[in-house]
Design a protein around this ligand. Structure first.
Ligand code: KIV
Ligand code: ZN
Length: 519
């Protein structure tokens, strides 16, 4: 029986850890990737694309360890149409109970131009590489990158070749987010109609969001016969991102009357994952984002508030609880105990062990002493900044005292621990943040350019924590940093240092040979 036999079942393929991580600046650490993979597995994702094993030693190790720890999900590794890529992907995913190799090549005229392969040469390459992958693994996915800009006749030919060579899933990527819903559906219909053997495999849809149509295009492809949706949490991904998992899953749930397809996703885990991915990737979710945005269930106008109080369905097509969101966001205060904190953190996507709980509880108490009310977002900010994440960082902020006010220049007295050794400096600047950044720069020599500095209040009130986001670029590498504190300047120093730590991780990542820019 092929996966395709479940005509009403749509497989959810999450690529947050591969395509999502390709967003400039969204690099995640090894442990963060493992945690997210475990959460995706628990949530019921069918296939987790865990990374691109040949891209770096770090990617390889993450895919291998995710495979080792996997429970129900198929674990997939990406590979170009080259034997060493495929071998490396297999080396990493073979540890999974259910491994998959995903290999791809750009088939549109533009991509054929780059690889300098004729149509016939490319067909030969596909035949050989898919067969090679299939010899290693029973579960092989093949993608013609830029499928939506590939000539239909040629697309049929390459898809047929991949099926004959042993591919079990054929993914049709809209790599540049160019298609529209009707066209997306017609493409799948055309392939199902014209390609021999198409009824024996699963068609997948992989849509980028450059024109804001990724979710609509994915759903249209499903209505036309695709049975796997490729997506990411929060729609994370290169440029404008990918189809968002929460959007397709909730659309299929809420409009099951017109789209009668099932997924195996436990939707009550959506919010936890969304927050987790936002926190570790450094990409906050926009307030008005569908399903998981802060305002998705907020009702501002009097008419709406009145209607929702009388009957939630007047202005809500789903309930906050459906995605794991509490009706009230106010959670804890200084009298809350450890058990309450543990259960709240679990709800927010953090399963804390005893030692972690001890550490977080101390930080929570310190925050509750400074802030009257501690909200979910405060706890998430606290988690992000927790020593649990920072203790392995090479650079850490140990002390900061700033003199500021109407009399210039402002100055910052800063102690950083760098590779375990404390260094102190006093620097001046045009304002407290400028002075603080100048002090960091004196202690950590680098030529990274500050591309973005942003401050958000985590919640309301003058005692609110500030979350600061910093984006640095150095030699084409981008790293973002975030930190929160009730003191905006302390948050700024920590965010800057967080970005520098991430930049160092990026420097260590080595690129594979050849051109990966087009992926
Ligand atoms: O967008 C794309 O084409 C991809 C492929 C590697 C599937 O991410
Ligand atoms: Zn993609």
């Amino acid at each position: 029986m092929t996966e395709n036999s479940h005509q009403d079942r749509v497989l959810i393929f999450d690529t947050t850890l591969r395509d999502g991580e390709q967003s400039p600046g969204a690099t995640m650490t090894h442990d963060e990737k493992l945690e997210i993979a475990a959460m995706l597995d628990e949530m019921g994702v069918d296939i987790i694309e865990a990374g691109f094993p040949i891209a770096s030693e770090g990617d390889f190790e993450a895919v291998r360890d995710i495979a080792k720890n996997s429970r129900n999900a198929v674990i997939c590794g990406l590979a170009r149409a080259q034997f060493p890529d495929i071998d490396r992907a297999w080396e990493a995913v073979q540890h999974a109970a259910r491994p998959r190799i995903h290999t791809f090549i750009g088939t549109s005229p533009l991509h054929r131009d780059i690889t300098k392969l004729t149509q016939d040469e490319m067909v030969e390459r596909i035949e050989a590489t898919v067969a090679h992958a299939r010899n290693l693994c029973d579960n092989v996915q093949w993608s013609p990158m830029d499928a939506t800009r590939t000539e239909h006749d040629y697309l049929c030919r390459v898809v047929e070749t991949a099926i004959k060579a042993g591919a079990t899933t054929i993914n049709i990527p809209d790599t540049v987010g160019y298609t529209a819903p009707r066209e997306s559906a017609k493409l799948i219909e055309m392939l199902l109609e014209r390609v021999p053997g198409a009824d024996q495999i699963v068609f997948a849809t992989h849509c980028h969001n450059d024109l804001g149509m990724a979710t609509a295009n994915a759903l249209a492809a499903v209505e036309a016969g695709a049975r796997q949706i490729e997506c990411t949490i929060n729609g994370l991904g290169e440029r404008a991102g990918n189809t968002a998992l929460e959007e397709v899953v909730m659309a299929l749930k809420v409009r099951n009357d017109i789209m009668p397809f099932q997924t195996g996703i436990d939707t009550t885990r959506i919010m936890g994952l969304s927050r987790k991915v936002a926190t570790v990737s450094g990409f906050p979710v926009q307030f008005n984002k569908a399903i998981v945005g802060k305002n998705a269930f907020a009702h501002e106008s009097g008419i709406h508030q009145d209607g929702v109080l009388k009957n939630a369905e007047t202005f809500e097509i789903m309930r906050p609880a459906d995605i794991g969101l509490n009706a009230t966001n106010l959670v804890m205060g200084k009298h809350s105990g450890r058990a309450a904190l543990r259960s709240k953190m679990k709800e927010l996507g953090y399963d804390l062990g005893d030692n972690q709980l001890k550490d977080v509880f101390v930080r929570f108490k310190a925050l509750a002493d400074r802030k009257k009310e501690v909200y979910d977002d405060d706890l998430l900010a606290l988690m992000r900044d927790s020593d649990l994440d920072a203790e392995h960082d090479r650079i850490q902020v140990k002390f900061l005292r700033v003199i500021c006010g109407t009399e210039a220049p402002q100055s910052a007295d800063l102690i950083l621990s760098i590779d375990g050794v404390e260094h102190r400096v006093t620097a001046q600047g045009d304002g407290p943040v400028d002075a603080t950044f100048a002090a960091v720069k004196e202690l950590v020599e680098h030529h990274a350019h500050l591309e973005l500095y942003q401050v958000h209040a985590v919640t309301g009130g003058t005692d609110a924590q500030a979350t600061v986001s910093v984006r640095l670029s150095e030699d084409g590498k981008i790293a973002t940093g975030q930190a929160s504190d009730t003191d905006t300047v302390v948050a700024s120093a920590k965010a800057y240092v967080n970005a520098l730590n991430r930049l160092m991780v990026r420097r260590e990542k080595t690129k594979p040979e050849g051109n990966l820019a087009a992926i």
